[in-house]
Design a protein around this ligand. Structure first.
Ligand SMILES: NC(=O)N[C@@H](CC(=O)O)C(=O)O
Ligand SMILES: [Zn+2]
Ligand SMILES: [Zn+2]
Length: 344
C-alpha cells in the first residue's frame, strides 16, 4: 500500500555547500528538494565581508543546474575584525541573512573564529539593533572540557552571558545535540530558535563507536547519549515553532573521512526528507513534519513559506538511496541511517 504526504516545499536552515567542484556536485542534491538554505560561510578563506558573500552567492547561482530553482541565503563568518557597518550594509541590501559565530577551533575551518567574545561586542550590538540573527556553533573549545559536555558548557559560559548582555539579539542555536540545549530554547522567548539535524534525530554516540569506529557518523557537535537523541526527537516533533530543520549536511571526500584524523560532518542532503518522514512517522507525528521542515524556519527569519509543495511517498519496498555521490573532489558517502526506509 502506498501512502503520500504533501507538504510545503522545505528549506534547509543550516547547509554546507563548499565551493568549486564539491559545490557543483552537492548543490543539486539540495536544490532538488529545498527552496532555500542558510549557506554556511566556513570556506577557506572564510566568507567574512558582504562583498565576499555576494561573490559566493553568484558562484552558487552559476553552478545551479538549468531548470532548478533555489535561493541561497548568505551568512557572514564572524571574526574579531568584523566591521559592524559592513554587516549592517550587507543585511540592509539583502545580501546577508545572518552572521555565524564559530568559537575559534571548534569545528571544520573555524581557525578564524572568535577567541575573545568582548571583541565582537560592537557587531552583536549592531545586529540586535537591526534585527539580524546570530547563528552559533555552540561548543566551547577549552581543552579541559570533555567533548561530550562542550555544548552544555557553551550555553552557561558563552551563550547565556552574550544574550544577557545584548538584549534583543536574535540567536539560532545551530545543530543542537543535547536535552540541555532543547530545554534552554524552551525556557526563553521567541528571540531564540534552534536547528536540529537529520542525523542527530537518528544516531547516538553508540552508532559512532560500537563495533568499530564509523567515521561517516562523526560530526560536530558529536552525537550524545540516547536520552539526548530522544530529547531532540521530542523537540522536533513537538510542533514548537522555535525548533526547525537545519541539516548541517557537510560533505567531505571519503578519503578525508576515512582517515587517521577524520573530518567532522555527515552528508545528508540526498536523503534528508525521506529519513525525516520515517523519524516523524515513528514518533506518530507526521502531521508535525511540515512545521519543522517548511514553516517554523521562515517564521523565525521573517520570511514567507515557499509557495510550492513536495510529495513524499511511502511504498512497501525499501528505498534505494545512492551509497555515494561522485564529486570532482572524490566520492562522498551519503548518510546511511542503518535501517530500511520506505519513504522517498
Ligand atoms: N558539522 C560538522 O561536523 N562539520 C561542519 C562544520 C560545522 O557545522 O560545525 C563542516 O563544515 O564540515
Ligand atoms: Zn557547526
Ligand atoms: Zn554546519
Amino acid at each position: 500500500m502506498t501512502r503520500t504526504l504533501t507538504i510545503r516545499r522545505p528549506d534547509d536552515w543550516h547547509l554546507h555547500l563548499r565551493d568549486g567542484a564539491m559545490m557543483e556536485a552537492v548543490l543539486p542534491e539540495t536544490a532538488r528538494t529545498f527552496g532555500r538554505a542558510i549557506v554556511m560561510p566556513n570556506l577557506v578563506p572564510p566568507v567574512v565581508t558582504g562583498a565576499q558573500a555576494a561573490a559566493y552567492r553568484d558562484r552558487i547561482l552559476k553552478a545551479l543546474p538549468e531548470g532548478m530553482s533555489f535561493d541561497p541565503l548568505m551568512v557572514l563568518y564572524l571574526t574579531e575584525d568584523t566591521d559592524p557597518e559592513d554587516v549592517a550594509r550587507a543585511h540592509a541590501s539583502g545580501i546577508a541573512t545572518s552572521v555565524k559565530l564559530y568559537p575559534a577551533g571548534a569545528t571544520t575551518n573555524s581557525a578564524s573564529g572568535v577567541r575573545d567574545f568582548d571583541r565582537v561586542r560592537p557587531v552583536l550590538e549592531k545586529m540586535a539593533e537591526i534585527g539580524m540573527p546570530l547563528c552559533t556553533h555552540g561548543e566551547v573549545t577549552d581543552h579541559d572540557i570533555d567533548i561530550f559536555d562542550r555544548e552544555a558548557v557553551f550555553i552557561d559560559r558563552v551563550l547565556d552571558p552574550i544574550r544577557r548582555a545584548t538584549p534583543g539579539l536574535r540567536v539560532v542555536m545551530e545543530h543542537i545535540t543535547t536535552a540541555q540545549a532543547a530545554d534552554y530554547v524552551r525556557a526563553h522567548d521567541s528571540d531564540l530558535g534552534a536547528t536540529i539535524t537529520t542525523h542527530h534525530l537518528i544516531i547516538n554516540r553508540n552508532h559512532i563507536l560500537v563495533g568499530g569506529i564509523k567515521p561517516h557518523y562523526y560530526c560536530l557537535p558529536v552525537a550524545k547519549r540516547e536520552e539526548h537523541r530522544q530529547a531532540l526527537v521530542a523537540a522536533a516533533t513537538s510542533g514548537d515553532a522555535r525548533f526547525f530543520l537545519g541539516t548541517d549536511s557537510a560533505p567531505h571526500p571519503d578519503e578525508l573521512k576515512e582517515h587517521a584524523c577524520g573530518c567532522a560532518g555527515c552528508f545528508t542532503a540526498t536523503n534528508t526528507m525521506p529519513l525525516l518522514a520515517h523519524v516523524f512517522e515513528a514518533a506518530d507525528a507526521l502531521d508535525k513534519l511540515e512545521g519543522f521542515a517548511s514553516l517554523h524556519g521562515p517564521a523565525f527569519y521573517g520570511l514567507a513559506p515557499n509557495d510550492d509543495t513536495i510529495t513524499l511517498t511511502k511504498s512497501d519496498q525499501a528505498t534505494a538511496f545512492p551509497a555515494k555521490i561522485e564529486s570532482g573532489a572524490g566520492p562522498v558517502t551519503v548518510f546511511d541511517p542503518g535501517f530500511p526506509v520506505y519513504w522517498s
